[in-house]
Design a protein around this ligand. Structure first.
Ligand SMILES: CC(C)(COP(=O)(O)OP(=O)(O)OC[C@H]1O[C@@H](n2cnc3c(N)ncnc32)[C@H](O)[C@@H]1OP(=O)(O)O)[C@@H](O)C(=O)NCCC(=O)NCCS
Length: 143
């Protein structure tokens, strides 16, 4: 498994992966949005030795503190430690740029993601009522 920065040529595959990860109520990113983030944000990809995209992680670089905006692993590659690998790489990349803190929003019913974020030191600081299109609340978590 290789972790690398995404390039413009990855946008189509990212969009395809995104459709398998997030339904409409969870604000999936469009191909256009991926092009934007490849240029302006920090987007890392986990790629298998055969070249398949196993997952990605995206952080928005904001002046005060970055936001971990999205993280997703293709269903066939889950529970193999790939999200953890991407989190490690992202947090160390952010630290190397001087960002020691980071925020994120996560669905309150997404136990897999909440567990993962807690392991990496994120704590819930607030509940955002009705954050998602289906009315589900979000937790605002901070590292
Ligand atoms: C959440 C997600 C990113 C986890 O990816 P992953 O590669 O399977 O995670 P890892 O293998 O690195 O697991 C790390 C830890 O996360 C937690 N975790 C992962 N999947 C879990 C599950 N199904 N149930 C409970 N905890 C889980 C566990 O603490 C796990 O540690 P363990 O394997 O020692 O139990 C993945 O399930 C996913 O892409 N889901 C759909 C998209 C999504 O919800 N993204 C996050 C919101 S933005």
């Amino acid at each position: 498994m290789t972790v690398r920065a995404a390039a413009a040529a990855d946008a189509a595959a990212l969009e395809q992966l995104e459709r398998t990860l997030f339904s409409a109520e969870n604000y999936p990113l469009s191909r256009r949005a991926f092009y934007y983030h490849i240029r302006h944000s920090l987007l890392l990809i986990a790629q298998t030795d055969s070249g398949e995209m196993a997952g990605y992680i995206l952080a928005l670089l904001r002046r005060r503190e970055p936001k971990l905006y999205s993280l997703g692993i293709a269903p066939a590659y889950r529970k193999m430690g790939i999200a953890s690998l991407l989190m490690e790489r992202m947090l160390s990349e952010l630290a190397s740029r001087g960002f020691m803190r980071c925020v994120l929003e996560v669905r309150c019913d997404n136990n897999a993601a909440i567990d993962l974020y807690r392991r990496f030191g994120f704590e819930t600081v607030k509940t955002l009522e009705g954050f998602y299109k289906d009315g589900c609340n979000a937790y605002l978590m901070r590292h």
